[in-house]
Write a protein that binds this ligand. Structure first.
Ligand SMILES: Cc1cc2nc3c(=O)[nH]c(=O)nc-3n(C[C@H](O)[C@H](O)[C@H](O)COP(=O)(O)OP(=O)(O)OC[C@H]3O[C@@H](n4cnc5c(N)ncnc54)[C@H](O)[C@@H]3O)c2cc1C
Length: 267
């Protein structure tokens, strides 16, 4: 089974900052790490490879130092990695990002399965996987908890929705996203890190993946950040101490003053 795992480098949780002028996340000079949600897809891909054989190709788009994210994936057992990095991709929203990734995937050749994380800890939109599947014209299944079987160009998966779970059979090639906690991601070993040094790791630009310039970067991004602001801080509440009956009376009066109905009987 040939699997493409999309790994994104995100800023370390403690280092997330936004530029007040542009509303964009500041990425320069910030320590990056593998998007924690992508660890679950990587682990699932490794398990599939152990069971059925095949190849795991890592794909990331980002600045040059996102190469460390790919090294991490190679060190835990992926076979090769590609980083899309080009100033033409700067300013990409989720659509332009998905477009660039789709161009790279088309260039890389045949695949059975693409895996995306459920979301990222920085952009947090959860849109890229579904966009990507649309651009590649393949089915996608989100919120997968378990891959149950793989047979005759189909995979059977269990996915969790809010109030139920579903068992779905999906034709390959397809894209899936795995939920947080579906497995316990493994960590790289020293041996894995040494092996990673010898694996194929390539940086690709827009030209090399046949990306059309007008769909890339700012030009290809319909999203505009109008404003960015912190939500208003919640005011401190009042703690009612002392006599229970008096407190109930005070509370009822407070709700009446605010014109908040108590069991629909406020007057
Ligand atoms: C107007 C605008 C301008 C922007 N400019 C920039 C910019 O200049 N530089 C910049 O870095 N970001 C920029 N961004 C943010 C960028 O669009 C998002 O980081 C990107 O689209 C991914 O969105 P997300 O983090 O919400 O991913 P989600 O949709 O939440 O991610 C889901 C999954 O998709 C995959 N995935 C997502 N992004 C990538 C990736 N880059 N590589 C590989 N796999 C991926 C991962 O598997 C991930 O778990 C900009 C956003 C906007 C709105």
């Amino acid at each position: 089974m040939n699997i493409i795992v999309c790994l994104k480098q995100v800023p370390d949780a403690d280092e997330v900052k936004t530029d007040p002028e542009t509303g964009r996340i500041v990425r320069e000079g910030i320590k990056g790490t593998v998007n924690p949600f992508d660890m679950f897809i990587l682990e699932e891909a490794l398990r599939l490879k152990e069971q059925f054989g095949g190849k795991i190709t890592l794909l990331s788009m980002g600045p040059k130092d996102a190469i460390h994210t790919l090294y991490y994936g190679l060190a835990v057992g992926a076979d090769e990695g590609y980083l899309l990095s080009d100033s033409k991709f700067a300013g990409s929203d989720t659509l332009a990002t998905s477009y660039a990734l789709s161009c790279a995937i088309k260039t890389l050749g045949l695949y059975d399965l693409i895996m995306c994380g459920i979301k990222t800890t920085d952009g947090d939109t959860g849109q890229v996987g579904a966009n990507l599947a649309e651009l590649l014209d393949i089915p996608s299944v989100y919120y997968v908890n378990r891959i149950l079987s793989y047979q005759n160009d189909f995979i059977k998966v269990e996915r969790f929705l809010e109030d139920r779970s579903q068992i779905l059979e999906v034709h390959l090639p397809c894209l899936i996203s795995i939920i947080k906690g579906a497995n316990v991601p493994r960590m790289p070993t020293l041996e894995g890190k040494i092996e990673a040094e010898g694996k194929q790791l390539k940086i690709l630009n827009a030209f090399e993946v046949n990306a059309i310039e007008k769909y890339c970067g700012i030009e290809g991004s319909p999203t505009r950040v109008i404003e960015i602001f912190l939500p208003e801080k919640r005011k401190k509440g009042v703690i009612l101490k002392g006599c229970r009956e008096q407190n109930i009376t005070k509370l009822i009066q407070f709700l009446k003053n605010k014109k908040i109905s108590i069991f629909g009987m406020c007057s």
